[in-house]
Design a protein. Structure first.
Length: 193
């Protein structure tokens, strides 16, 4: 049995030595491969082939940059040509916002009128006149001359002056309704309602 153990022990030792030697060889080969790779990479970057590749990439980059510049210039002039329609779209959106704002103010005026309180009638007339003037200021006072309801609006403005000038002026629901309808008609003709 001792011989068998000695043989197995010798066999195990020789196996360990062989594994260690093959590991040393593999490590040396890996080191040589890495050094050779580094040397060949350095040689490649110094080579004429690499310089050709870099030159080709620079040329392609220049051509693409030039084409991009041409595209930008083309799009700039195209956008200027489309400026009209884009501007119209923006104007329509702004007009919708203004109409919405006017509608909110008009709703407040109508709530004051529906309250049934004379002081609120007066406030409704004053607010309606202010709103009408605000819209006219935005559109231009020359548009007022074209209105069909201009005479009614002038009468409503007279009523507004009575309210301002005479603190004891008594305002009826009917007179308020007529004046508010005149302002509403004017705002509708101006496209604000």
């Amino acid at each position: 049995m001792d011989t068998a153990n000695t043989v197995n022990s010798n066999y195990a030792n020789s196996y360990d030595i062989a594994v260690k030697q093959s590991m040393i060889k593999l490590t040396a080969q890996a080191k040589d491969a890495w050094v050779n790779f580094g040397a060949s990479a350095v040689d490649f970057f110094k080579s004429y082939t690499f310089k050709e590749i870099v030159f080709t990439l620079k040329a392609i980059s220049f051509v693409l940059s030039f084409l991009a510049l041409i595209a930008i210039i083309f799009l700039f002039f195209k956008m200027r040509a489309l400026g009209g329609p884009v501007k119209q779209i923006v104007e329509v959106k702004e007009k919708k916002k203004k109409i919405k704002k006017v509608l909110k103010k008009w709703a407040k005026i109508e709530r004051k009128f529906r309250s049934g309180v004379e002081s609120n009638y007066k406030l409704a007339i004053l607010d309606a006149d202010n709103l009408y003037e605000e819209v006219l200021l935005g559109i231009g006072h020359d548009k007022e001359k074209e209105l069909k309801s201009l005479d009614d609006i002038r009468n409503a403005k007279k009523l507004k002056r009575y309210i301002i000038d005479d603190s004891g002026f008594i305002l009826t629901k009917e007179a308020t309704e007529i004046s508010l309808n005149a302002y509403k008609g004017g705002l509708e003709e101006l496209g604000a309602l």
